[in-house]
Design a protein around this ligand. Structure first.
Ligand code: NDP
Length: 388
């Protein structure tokens, strides 16, 4: 804080993979960006360390039981400390920042992000689940409030960058690339035995646990198709997925004349994070550069929909719409949580999601309350299936 001309950033989810990389980006550009808000769920130690180093205006710890510890650690500073789920939305509404980096993982990111949009804050969106759950309401609110939503997800950042200067030119289709995750080429007989440790070893990206599992099941690509549908106002048939194991082409846009634009670079989330925080400017940095001599073959292939059944389930939700993507997301969060706790196997996750999608009643045009209820209902049912 304290740099009066800098863009004031609130990082919701500062202790995560995206949050910590964003702090590195901000620290490298103090003349452009300042930290005003940091939030964590349970990682009080890291939140305290970040607060003492970056001196934000406000910190929030989601877990109330950690409030006293954080407060005591910061009592010699001017930093205000809040705690609890409701505080996340209260701070999101405060007039102390310009742009929210929405980097909380999962459904928990929805309410603070929607609150920020309702208060006219620009959003750098990493939390894809916000659009998966309630994309229609989130985008409509952003339109009404004239709030820009700048994607951080590398694929959507790529599409966004390809679209700069093209706003009058209709999109024919977008091509979302997928690395294929750690189990690319594997079949069901192999997947039946994989454990948490295998699923967390992504070949190209270092990410939080939930998105790493989503990448291993290809659910991540399904969530990204739904995210792209809302961000770029596309029909489901305009979104194609291709497996691209090198993760150099981050995604592509094909225009009506058949011309295709791609955005490329090394797989490093700091680049799309910096692009979103500094948008519309490109800022010089010292990140490693892509050397095409080292990547002289770039492959593109169809995903294996028969083995990785989470992807067709997400496509079904994308096509049917209504509350089905919200139900898919909730069931997936419960299934991934159970897999990470070694309570269910890798392939069981798909069964939990599929059965939950069949169980929860479909609502064609949900209100925000309908989404909250569908999320709760889906979690309850998925939890019963797993016998939580
Ligand atoms: P992490 O798990 O690494 O971090 C999640 C952050 O959210 C942490 O700060 C965590 O706090 C906080 N958090 C978790 N649960 C809650 C909750 N219930 N209430 C409030 N805060 C909570 O996730 P990632 O950084 O990997 O991902 C964040 C988002 O960005 C996800 O939606 C993901 O899909 C998306 N994304 C991530 C990419 C990546 O490379 N990591 C790439 C593209 C998108 P604490 O540390 O205290 O638990």
């Amino acid at each position: 804080m304290n740099n009066h001309s800098a863009k004031r950033i609130a990082i919701f989810g500062s202790t995560g993979s995206i949050g910590t990389q964003a702090l590195e980006v901000i620290a490298a550009h103090p003349e452009l960006l300042s930290v005003e808000v940091l939030t964590a769920n349970a990682n009080d130690e890291l939140l305290i360390e970040q607060a003492l180093r970056y001196k934000p205006n406000v910190v929030v710890i989601g877990d109330d039981s950690k409030y006293q510890k954080v407060r005591t650690a910061l009592e010699q500073t001017d930093i205000k400390v809040f705690a609890g789920e409701a505080a996340l939305a209260e701070v999101a509404a405060m007039d102390i920042y310009d742009l929210m980096l929405a980097a909380i993982v999962g459904y928990a990111g929805l309410k603070p992000t929607l609150t920020a949009i309702r208060h006219g804050k620009a959003i750098a969106l990493a939390n894809k689940e916000t659009l998966v759950v309630a994309g229609d309401i989130v985008m409509q609110t952003a339109l009404e409030m004239r709030v820009p939503i700048i994607p951080v997800d590398s694929e959507h950042s790529a599409i966004f960058q390809c679209l700069v200067g093209e706003h009058r030119n209709p999109i024919e289709k977008v091509i979302l690339t997928a690395s294929g995750g750690p189990f690319l080429g594997r079949k069901t007989n192999y997947l039946v035995n994989v454990k948490r440790e295998h699923a967390l070893q992504h070949p190209n990206w270092s990410m939080g646990a939930k998105i790493s599992v989503d990448s291993a099941t290809l659910m991540n690509k399904g969530l990204e198709m739904i995210e792209a549908r809302w961000l770029f106002n596309l029909r489901p048939d305009q979104i194609q997925v291709l497996i691209h194991p090198q993760s150099i082409v981050h995604s592509m846009v094909q225009f009506e004349d058949g011309s295709i634009k791609a955005q490329m670079g090394l797989p490093d989330m700091k680049l799309p994070i910096q692009y979103a925080l500094a948008f519309p400017n490109r800022v010089a940095n010292s990140f490693p550069r892509c050397d095409f001599k080292k990547f002289n073959t770039l492959n593109f292939d169809e995903p294996d929909y028969r083995t990785f059944r989470n992807l067709p389930l997400a496509i079904e939700a994308l096509k049917k719409g209504g509350n089905l993507p919200c139900v898919l997301n909730a069931a997936n969060e419960i299934a991934v949580w159970a897999f990470l706790k070694n309570r269910i196997g890798f392939l069981d996750m798909t069964d939990v999601i599929e059965q939950t999608m069949q169980k929860v009643s479909w609502i064609e045009k949900p209100s925000i309350e309908d989404y909250y209820e569908s999320d709760g209902e889906a979690r309850l049912y998925a939890g019963e299936l797993i016998k939580l």
